[in-house]
Design a protein around this ligand. Structure first.
Ligand SMILES: *[C@@H]1O[C@H](CO)[C@@H](O)[C@H](O)[C@H]1NC(C)=O
Ligand SMILES: *[C@@H]1O[C@H](CO)[C@@H](O)[C@H](O)[C@H]1NC(C)=O
Ligand SMILES: *[C@@H]1O[C@H](CO)[C@@H](O)[C@H](O)[C@H]1NC(C)=O
Ligand SMILES: *[C@@H]1O[C@H](CO)[C@@H](O)[C@H](O)[C@H]1NC(C)=O
Ligand SMILES: *[C@@H]1O[C@H](CO)[C@@H](O)[C@H](O)[C@H]1NC(C)=O
Length: 385
């Protein structure tokens, strides 16, 4: 397939230029586990809130037939179990696990709830993937990887039901800490003051103004959010899609007022991330000036919901066999795993967790709560077209 060969060629050439996730002052494993825990709290609260808002019957009425609801409950339970596991692991290591925050999620119906869930799962996959290279301890790397694969399965499942390809490309896109924080923080309204500060910051937001999934070659208008320096020389600003093989630079036109038009390159598919950077040679935290924006790239598939089942292209073969995924919530597993983990306390001291005065997870970080919604809503809107 064309995309595959593009990606593999890129792999040969591009790994040396891959978005560095390690080029920052040392981030400890405790920081990374707390960063992961921050995202898991967010996901767990998102599903808990949504499952309170919408009943089993609401899902059926919206065309999500059984066993979809049971599988969604499993997904929610997985996130809660991840929270318990990471909390236990941090506690066992002598670190201070972050507690849940207050969040601001918006959904208006079952479908918009699932669309946002799918975006959050995709961000979770990209976050674990991007963090992997920075995890020092192999035990934690394996634990994080075992969470990552499950988040990827959640993502594929929801994407299928939203009519998107469950496996849009052969490689997932890694996001680094600040990139993830940029897209996650708008959902975090306020956190307990006892939460440790994490060494992460948000870039100015970047939001697609159009809705709908887009194809390679399409032009997409992007709007920068507060904090973007519109006095910069726009001829030095480029757009880059983030991929595992390195940034894919693509034409960018400034239309003034912090608005830009970007051309979606070939070689990206599925939930994709585009940043604006100074220069077109490298993408680092020092060169990013806005974003990531989230774009869904690729043709919409039929979807597996009631009304659309005729056009389903990606067979989930035997939805009846999905009942094997029924929940067997097992907090005991998380306990026993964390019980056996004892980290060297030196590398996990709580003082090593607060090295930065950057915007932090325990505040709204200067991002207006209303910007909260806008950052991802355009991406979410993409799912309805
Ligand atoms: C749940 O419902 C409340 C009240 O209508 C709404 O404000 C919120 O956005 C909903 N959250 C989710 C995740 O659906
Ligand atoms: C969450 O919001 C409630 C109600 O506004 C408030 O009482 C509480 O202190 C908040 N909690 C955090 C952790 O910010
Ligand atoms: C914005 O960009 C201009 C031009 O590069 C620069 O002189 C100025 O210091 C920047 N402002 C901020 C707040 O970074
Ligand atoms: C990078 O930008 C320079 C001009 O600043 C241009 O000549 C060059 O073709 C660009 N390279 C890519 C890969 O876009
Ligand atoms: C990694 O963490 C585990 C669990 O805390 C611990 O038993 C092990 O000694 C650590 N390994 C290294 C190399 O620090």
């Amino acid at each position: 397939m064309k995309l595959t060969s593009v990606a593999l060629t890129g792999a040969a050439l591009g790994l040396a230029h891959a978005t560095p996730v390690t080029k920052r002052q040392a981030i400890s494993d405790a920081d990374i586990l707390n960063y992961a825990l921050t995202l898991e709290h967010l996901e767990a609260n998102f599903y808990a809130e949504g499952l309170k808002n919408y009943t089993h019957q609401d899902f059926i009425s919206a065309g999500y037939m059984d066993p979809f609801y049971a599988n969604l409950q499993t997904i929610a339970s997985d996130e809660q179990t991840h929270v318990q596991f990471l909390t236990s692991a941090l506690t066992a290591a002598g670190a201070n696990p972050v507690a849940a925050c207050n969040y601001s999620f918006t959904s208006t119906d079952v479908k918009s709830f699932l669309a946002l869930g799918s975006v959050l799962e995709g961000v979770g996959v990209s976050a674990y993937l991007g963090a992997a290279a920075s995890i020092m301890n192999g035990t934690y790397l394996t634990a994080a990887a075992s969470i990552l694969t499950v988040e990827a399965r959640h993502s594929a499942y929801l994407r299928s039901y939203l009519g998107e390809s469950p496996v849009p490309q052969p490689f997932d896109d890694p996001l680094n800490f600040d990139e993830v924080y940029t897209v996650a923080s708008p959902f975090i309204a306020s956190c307990p003051s006892s939460n440790g500060k994490l060494p992460v910051k948000a870039f100015p937001s970047l939001t697609p103004t159009s809705s709908g999934s887009v194809m390679s070659g399409a032009k997409v208008q992007l709007m920068t959010g507060s904090g973007f320096n519109s006095s910069m020389d726009m001829s030095d600003i480029f757009a880059a899609f983030i991929t595992v093989t390195g940034p894919v630079f693509t034409p960018l036109m400034s239309s003034g007022g912090g608005m830009f038009t970007v051309t979606v390159p070939s070689g990206v598919a599925g939930q994709s991330y585009v940043v604006l950077t100074m220069g077109n040679t490298t993408v680092t935290d020092d060169t990013i000036v806005a974003g990531p924006a989230i774009l869904e790239v690729g043709a919409m598939m039929g979807g597996i919901t009631g009304g659309c089942s005729k056009s389903k292209t990606w067979s989930m073969s035997g939805s009846s066999s999905m009942s094997m995924m029924m929940p067997t919530a097992s907090p005991s597993m998380s306990m026993s795993m964390s019980g056996s983990s004892t980290m060297p306390s030196g590398s996990m001291s709580s003082s090593s967790m607060m090295p930065s005065k950057s915007p932090v997870f325990n505040s709204a970080s200067g991002i207006s709560p209303s910007g909260a919604i806008s950052v991802l809503m355009a991406a979410v809107a993409a799912f309805f077209m």
